[in-house]
Design a protein around this ligand. Structure first.
Ligand code: PLP
Length: 280
């Protein structure tokens, strides 16, 4: 067995994007390029390209549960990465399938597609909180997702850190909240991601920042999925939240820069993971 598989593998639980830019397709590309084995259980079929989301077809909850159950029963899954959940019934199925799973759970709380379509029923949020976020060890919201999950509405660093702290207080299993700055304000041509970590003193959890130059590109489809998958892969490889966060942020930045010149599709173009296949 190769060295990395001895450490474990990552199971992605997410929607399918047939254009290959986001969802399980982005997750598996990220894991492959980072040298980690990825398995995938599909929660929803999306009918989309780079310009539009034409349909969403949730997978039957019992099939979601059984995909996860069979993979967990057979393969050495140490890390689960969760993306699009879509409906309350799928949230409950994922929660039931992960009952008893004691490994890492990195949840990217996907609400909307980059192209603008809603990817989560508003009524599903309560079940997502109770069944999925309650089982997560790391949460990776963007600004809009952070606002939907907390009472925060601003984008100043102090407000983001406070919102991260609120999530750590609400969900005892969460160890860290990685807030992606890509949808937030661009300060002096740079963008900052924040990792709000639980610390022994609940009143002052520590925060790590990763700042990178802003990449002016339309090719940002799948950046959220890629960040969360890279976090899971780097956590598997290093065992450290700080390393996983810092390296995932740098990886997404390199990928945005490397993919900026491509013209794939007429809308929000995808990241080209294969361009970084020599980099670890
Ligand atoms: N999951 C699926 C299946 C999607 O289709 C999308 C966006 O279209 C996302 C997740 C979120 O994508 P992003 O990584 O761009 O936030």
């Amino acid at each position: 067995m190769a060295a990395n598989e001895r450490k474990g593998i990552v199971l992605s639980i997410a929607g399918s994007d047939p254009s290959g830019g986001a969802g399980i397709q982005a997750d598996l590309k990220t894991m492959a390029v980072l040298g980690v084995y990825g398995a995938a259980a599909v929660t929803c079929l999306t009918v989309q390209n780079t310009s539009e989301v034409a349909a969403l077809v949730p997978v039957a909850p019992e099939l979601v549960r059984e995909q996860i159950r069979l993979v967990l029963a057979d393969l050495p899954v140490t890390h689960v990465k969760i993306g699009m959940i879509g409906t309350a019934a799928v949230a409950r199925a994922v929660g039931a399938a992960l009952d008893g799973f004691a490994g890492e759970v990195v949840y990217d709380p996907v609400l909307r597609a980059t192209a603008g379509a809603d990817l989560m029923e508003p009524a599903a949020l309560a079940a997502v909180r109770a069944e999925v976020i309650s089982r997560a060890t790391v949460l990776t919201p963007n600004l809009a997702e952070l606002h939907a999950l907390t009472s925060a509405s601003g984008d100043r660093p102090g407000e983001l850190r406070a919102a991260g702290r609120q999530l750590l207080a609400d969900f005892p299993r969460l160890r860290a909240v990685a807030i992606k700055g890509g949808h937030g304000p661009v300060h002096h041509g740079s963008v900052t991601d924040y990792l709000v970590r639980r610390s022994p003193d609940p009143a002052s959890p520590s925060c790590l920042e990763a700042t990178h130059p802003w990449v002016d590109t339309r090719n940002s489809h799948g950046t959220g999925c890629t960040f969360a998958s890279a976090f899971a892969a780097f956590h598997l490889l290093t065992g450290s939240d700080d390393e996983a966060f810092t390296r995932a942020a740098a990886f997404v930045h390199r990928l945005l820069a490397a993919s900026a010149g491509s013209r794939l599709g007429g809308g929000t173009g995808p990241l080209l993971h294969h361009l970084l296949r020599e980099e670890r």
